[in-house]
Ligand binder design. Structure first.
Ligand SMILES: NC(=O)c1ccc[n+]([C@@H]2O[C@H](COP(=O)([O-])OP(=O)(O)OC[C@H]3O[C@@H](n4cnc5c(N)ncnc54)[C@H](O)[C@@H]3O)[C@@H](O)[C@H]2O)c1
Length: 257
């Protein structure tokens, strides 16, 4: 190494990396978001509930492509676990700039037959979890930061049997509008993305190919969304270029429905 190279190295400013926490990052939309944000240069904390192997696969895909990521378990509805998740992000990478809450649960039942224990379980992850994650985000996001949550697709709000799930996503939308106003002045944005039906385990499991084909025609572009479609929207909303979008529920579903 020449003395000139030494000089360049010594005078380099400390690296400033943006940091993302992605819940439910071991599969589906969360995995695509984690990979996309890492590809855009963010260090990513990939949260998972139970499936450590899948989370490690997400991390391996990111690090294999030259990115930075670590897998951290936490149940989004558990305050201490989510606080520890954010602690880990701060310890590992120095702070938190982006929080994407992709953890979610869907159970289908007509209201008349709904087991209230199932209702509680769906709302525990989708409402309590959304608030626990949002609370940590509100306390810890650095200036210029963003929180993104997920609402439901048009299928999730209009079709029979989606009542428990749709109610939980209505709560997420309401929280988004209030929290964006609570955080104004902090230079932190809060938005919710409502994807159209998207080809993930949550959407595909339990449906026949015929049902999937029929539902794939509900978005205006007449195809299922992909996790990468949604990750691109999240990447924009959480980028400096997307920072002028705040307090919105964005229906990212291939057009208006
Ligand atoms: N797939 C769709 O068509 C669709 C459409 C609209 C909205 N959404 C929403 O997008 C988000 C991601 O959905 P997806 O399709 O990728 O689902 P998915 O089921 O593939 O992934 C959800 C992830 O959340 C995790 N999770 C569940 N409960 C958790 C908890 N308590 N703590 C931590 N993690 C938990 C699961 O383990 C899983 O990895 C969800 O909020 C979902 O409601 C999905």
């Amino acid at each position: 190494m020449t003395s000139n190279q030494h000089q360049n190295q010594d005078t380099t400013a400390p690296e400033s990396v943006r940091v993302a926490v992605v819940t439910g990052g071991s599969r589906g939309i969360g995995r695509a978001v984690a990979r996309r944000l890492a590809g855009d240069g963010l260090a990513v904390v990939v949260n998972y509930a139970r499936d450590a192997a899948s989370a490690e696969e997400t991390v391996a895909a990111i690090t294999g492509a030259g990115g930075r990521a670590v897998a951290v378990p936490a149940d989004v509805a558990e305050e201490k676990e989510v606080a520890a998740l954010f602690d880990r992000a701060e310890a590992e990478y120095g702070g938190v700039d982006v929080v994407v809450n992709s953890a979610g649960r869907m159970e289908l039942s007509p209201v008349a037959d709904l087991d209230l224990a199932v209702l509680d379980a769906v709302h525990r992850t989708n409402i309590r979890g959304a608030f626990v994650v949002a609370q940590q985000a509100a306390r810890r996001l650095r200036a210029g930061g963003s929180l993104v949550a997920f609402s439901s697709s048009v299928v999730g709000t209009q079709f029979p049997a989606y009542g428990a799930y749709a109610a939980s996503k209505g709560a997420v939308e309401a929280m988004t509008l209030i929290l964006a106003r609570e955080l104004r002045g902090r230079d932190v944005t809060v938005n919710t993305v409502a994807p159209g039906p998207t080809a993930t385990d949550m959407f595909l499991t339990g449906k026949t190919p015929e049902q999937i084909d029929r539902l794939a025609m509900t978005p205006p572009l007449e195809r299922l969304g992909t996790p990468d479609d949604i990750a691109a929207v999240v990447a924009f909303l959480t980028s400096p270029a997307g920072h002028w979008v705040n307090g919105q529920v964005l229906r990212a579903n291939g057009g208006m429905v």
